[in-house]
Design a protein around this ligand. Structure first.
Ligand code: GLP
Length: 263
């Protein structure tokens, strides 16, 4: 795992977007795993800006989202399908039929999760998976005690997650759905590269536990430590509780890979 600390949330998101753009340039039919949440909005704005300024081509790119609420139709502005269309897909030259979000309205949810796993496999697996982190330590909607080998399935959301996401539901946690479909921790770990972005002081404590604490099913983001190609990109605020900050900064300043990203 590598941890990169940028001074601001804007700069952290910019670095993630630049990495994604680089991967897409070298592999136009990239299979890109996507995440939702407020943290990712800056990344998607950057991808849109790069497509406009440099003609970045998404026409062969395939995408798979981490998760979706159960019982919210795609056209509803609370659904993650709506979020993706709004923040990214409608603003770039992607073929919407190449974009995949689990169907939280499927009549048979178990069949839908099996279909989703199959679709990822048939696309050749995920090249790069974007991740945020929830305040309960989840990646996707892998709430505490999610098996580290879990696959795409239905999960009940914890009160802390429903509280965290209440802002998108008029501030009322009771309006946040109780259940969601999510890629499993094992599904996420199968991706060839993981890029986790965390910004803001609300994420500082859980991020330090996920990165520097023990691997535990109680904090599904800690499973990133098992992955051999994983970058955690944070701003100063989210980095606050990391003990080895100086070491991470030294690596960033000295590794040739990061030379083009220096200020
Ligand atoms: C939701 C999503 C997660 C995301 C998290 C962080 O719970 N299911 O995939 O990482 O939100 O959200 P935010 O970026 O708004 O803090």
């Amino acid at each position: 795992m590598e941890v990169i600390i940028r001074p601001t949330a804007e700069m952290a998101a910019e670095l993630v977007a630049r990495l994604v753009c680089g991967r897409l340039r070298s592999k136009p039919d990239l299979v890109l795993g996507l995440a939702t949440g407020r943290t990712m909005e800056r990344v998607y704005d950057r991808l849109v800006a790069t497509q406009r300024s440099e003609g970045l081509d998404f026409s062969h790119c395939r995408t798979f989202n981490l998760d979706e609420y159960i019982g919210i139709p795609a056209e509803d502005d609370h659904s993650y399908r709506y979020y993706m269309n709004h923040h990214l897909f409608s603003r770039i030259n992607i073929d919407v039929s190449n974009t995949h979000v689990p169907d939280g309205m499927a009549a048979d949810l178990r069949a839908e999760t099996a279909r989703y796993e199959r679709a990822i496999r048939e696309a050749g697996g995920i090249d790069v998976q974007l991740l945020g982190i929830g305040e309960a330590g989840h990646i996707g909607f892998n709430e505490p005690l999610s098996a580290l080998m879990s696959r795409t399935r239905e999960k009940a959301l914890t009160p802390i997650t429903r509280q965290q996401n209440a802002a998108m539901f008029g501030g009322d946690p009771n309006k946040v759905p109780k259940r969601a479909l999510t890629m499993g921790v094992g599904t996420i770990l199968d991706s060839r590269e993981l890029l986790l972005l965390a910004t803001g002081s609300a994420k500082a404590s859980i991020l330090a536990k996920a990165v520097e604490g023990p691997i535990t099913a109680m904090i599904s983001a800690s499973a990133m430590q098992l992955h051999s190609n994983c970058k955690v990109i944070v701003d100063e605020e989210a980095a606050r509780d990391l003990k080895e900050r100086d070491y991470y900064n030294w690596i960033f300043q000295n590794e040739p890979e990061w030379e083009e990203f220096q200020d």
